[in-house]
Design a protein around this ligand. Structure first.
Ligand code: SF4
Ligand code: FES
Length: 355
């Protein structure tokens, strides 16, 4: 029997006022009519808690666009779960946040697209910077812990010092600097988003120095740009190991990007319980443990460190979800990644939108 999951990523909606081209939501976004109704989400939270989940991340898209968000927060909190609101900050008034906090939001993760108003709003596709700064003020005034999350890519990586300064100014307790992961819209825009090695090399010492300088005041987490590395990221700390995702339409995913694996049979909370899906479904069982691995992973000493990398990336780049992640220098497909890295950069980004 698999160990209990620690966290539930509840993607309440794919609707979002922002249009970031680095978004990892699928290119085929779930439409409003297909979203789970309130009663199904309440049941999902009950089932998640019964399964052992302790943290519920209310995410999207933009979760503030769900009118039932207050009821969902109340319920998640009443189950004893730590409730994390993942938001762009657009639509977060002081009153609204006060209400959500009184209902049990424990933590807010606020996105920031770039260091300046102009850069942020260009990447977000709307005027959002001032509203984020304002939202950060409300969060701080209420005494809620604040994580600022910035997705890094070719268009903003040179501004990493400014991004760190902006997060400090916002009063963040934690800053996540996450190099783009190429799924969904980000994969579509990869040629415009992939940073250069020069950019990454310049950013690294800036981040390290800030981590030192801000130790004890603002934690800075730096998520590597894995195409440029010799070994892949330990994606999800192993498939079906710690967390599950429920998409806006009720699909239950071992990782947020798993719909890209077209060979995977995905289950839905409308048809099965989270317990059965977590413990007995073919999708969650597909890449658990080490039995599914082929060489070179099967006989590699790092397999317990990186779990063979990312299944979604392996599928996207090789067509085989059980292949060694091609980012790995030991993968027979590493040349695919090298070719992508050496291809000319694109200059335009397709903004995220519902089709
Ligand atoms: Fe990781 Fe597999 Fe590469 Fe070994 S061969 S380092 S387990 S991805
Ligand atoms: Fe799906 Fe890595 S994103 S396994």
């Amino acid at each position: 029997m698999a160990e209990a999951p620690f966290g539930l990523l509840a993607e309440l909606t794919h609707r979002c006022p922002l249009q970031c081209g680095y978004c990892s939501n699928p290119v085929e976004l779930v439409r409003r009519e297909a979203e789970l109704p309130t009663e199904d989400w309440l049941r999902v939270f009950d089932e998640a808690r019964a399964l052992g989940v302790l943290q519920i991340h209310l995410s999207g898209g933009e979760p503030l666009l769900r009118n039932d968000l207050p009821a969902l927060v109340t319920h998640a909190s009443s189950l004893g779960c730590y409730v994390n609101l993942v938001t762009s900050g657009v639509g977060l008034s002081r009153d609204r946040l006060q209400d959500l906090a009184s209902r049990g939001v424990d933590h807010v993760q606020l996105s920031l697209q770039d260091a300046t108003r102009a850069g942020n709003d260009r990447i977000a596709g709307i005027k959002a910077f001032d509203r984020k700064v304002e939202a950060a003020g409300f969060i701080r005034d209420l005494g809620l812990p604040l994580t600022v999350n910035t997705v890094l890519h070719r268009q903003n990586l040179d501004n990493v010092a400014g991004i760190i300064a902006a997060a400090e100014e916002m009063g963040a307790d934690r800053l996540e600097l996450a190099n783009t992961q190429y799924y969904g819209w980000a994969l579509r825009n990869r040629a415009a988003l992939l940073p250069t090695s020069t950019q990454l090399a310049a950013a690294a010492p800036v981040v390290t120095a800030a981590q030192e300088r801000l130790r004890g005041r603002m934690e800075i987490v730096y998520v590597i740009a894995d195409y440029h590395e010799a070994h892949p990221k330990p994606c999800m700390y192993g498939w079906g190991a710690r967390q599950l995702t429920v998409a806006p339409n009720g699909d239950v995913l071992p990782c947020p990007a798993a719909t890209v694996i077209s060979t995977l049979e995905i289950e839905n909370v409308r048809d099965s319980s989270l317990h059965d899906i977590w413990h007995s479904s073919p999708s969650f069982g597909a890449f658990r443990g080490f039995e599914w691995m082929k060489d070179p992973c099967r006989s590699c000493s790092r397999k317990e460190v990186d779990f063979g990398g990312c299944r979604c990336q392996a599928f996207q780049l090789t067509g085989d979800a059980a292949a060694t992640d091609p980012v790995c220098s030991l993968s027979p497909d590493r040349s695919t990644v090298d070719l992508i890295l050496s291809a000319p950069a694109a200059t335009t980004i397709t903004m995220r939108k519902m089709s």
